[in-house]
Ligand binder design. Structure first.
Ligand code: WQD
Length: 336
């Protein structure tokens, strides 16, 4: 079985490629390298011990994507490719709507033309906005509070409407919570362009001396230590969740929605202290003001994925911290 992985050289996409290949799938990666590097492909081939088909195209170019579907016999699509910076999405809404929606529509039109009807979509906990309560089930209200989250919610609607109108389409919507960590080899990991938006890459860059100080965005939240609480999930567990849902799509039609998280939260300070303890390093931080748009607490109820997919997150916060650091050290030592 061959899986077309869009955005397959990105953080979650690359780790999913490893899981797919180790589970016997053939993979074709499509990526425009706008937020990833071609060197990731070499390191993926080292991890997997085989060459991996790659096509550098922009998904806004329908004809180029159409040629990929002609060239390869594709059975499934996993669609990661999207712009994903929350802050940037607020500044560039038109770019985000055009890129994230049109690329999906092009993928779906190519799939329909080539009779490929099974797709896994990379969604986000962002679609829930600020939850009324935690843990968050898949039935929680969809009320995204930023442009990025709204593009994901609209894409989910596009997929649900397509499946309702064209019964052959089988769709899995995976709502990720906070993916961190890296493959145990240390050869791939989160590699944000410029100043990291997210907590873990900021922590690793401060620990590595690439940045002076981590600002903790607020310690006056209604949480045990006052700092924000999130559901961190190891990126390799997330990757395995994609393989688990492919097996569901192989034998079922319709729309399947799953939260992929650990089902528990850690505060910013808990993550910092776990990182320092397991890696024997110091992370310089200072408490600053809250970040606009942040909620106090957000973590998942992953029971549906546990039950229906037989999928469970296996890594704990120490694994995530250890593996994130191993990747940061590799990236620093090899000038990735
Ligand atoms: C986590 C916690 C911050 C940076 C975002 C996206 C979401 C998903 C995951 C794509 C919060 C605090 C952070 C820093 C800090 N991405 N923090 N100092 O905001 O929960 O989710 O990334 O799907 O869509 O919204 O993750 O890592 O930015 O923040 O104190 O320098 O760390 O306030 O409490 P977030 P994050």
């Amino acid at each position: 079985m061959r899986v077309l992985v869009t955005g397959g050289l990105g953080f979650i996409g690359s780790h999913t490629v490893v899981s797919l290949i180790s589970n016997g799938y053939d993979v074709v990666i499509v990526d425009d390298l706008s937020n990833s590097k071609l060197s990731v492909l070499d390191r993926l081939e080292t991890i997997c011990g085989k060459s991996i088909d790659f096509e550098q195209i922009n998904l806004l170019d329908y004809n180029s994507l159409d040629q990929v579907f002609f060239k390869y016999a594709i059975d499934f699509v996993i669609h990661f490719a999207a712009f994903k910076a929350v802050g940037e999405s607020q500044e560039k809404p038109l770019e985000y709507y055009q890129n994230n929606l049109v690329s999906l529509i092009n993928v779906l039109n190519c799939m329909r033309k080539h009779s490929v009807f099974k797709i896994v979509f990379s969604s986000s906990a962002c679609v829930y906005g600020t939850p009324d309560s935690c843990p968050i089930p898949e039935t929680a209200d969809i009320r995204p509070q930023n442009v990025y989250g709204r593009t994901k919610a609209v894409c989910e609607s596009i997929l649900q409407d397509t499946s309702a109108a064209i019964s052959e389409f089988s769709v899995a919507l995976l709502r990720y919570f906070n993916p961190i960590g890296a493959h145990e080899s240390g050869l791939i990991g989160e590699d944000p362009n410029g100043i990291p938006n997210n907590l873990m890459p900021y922590i690793t860059q401060v620990a590595a001396g690439k940045r002076e100080l981590l600002t903790v965005y607020g310690n006056d939240y209604p949480t045990p230590d006052g700092t924000g609480v999130r559901d961190y999930i190891h990126v390799c567990d997330l990757a395995d969740g994609h393989v688990a849902v492919l097996k569901k799509l192989e034998n079922n039609t319709g729309v399947f929605i799953y939260n992929l998280g650990c089902g528990r939260g850690y505060s910013v300070l808990e993550v910092i202290h776990a990182f320092e303890e397991v890696n024997h390093v110091n992370v310089n931080y200072a408490i600053g003001p809250r970040r606009s748009g942040d909620s106090a607490v957000c973590f998942s109820n992953p029971a549906k994925a546990n039950k229906e997919l037989g999928w469970y997150a296996k890594h704990d916060i120490k694994d995530m911290c250890r593996d994130s650091w191993r990747w940061e050290c590799y990236a620093r030592d090899h000038e990735v």
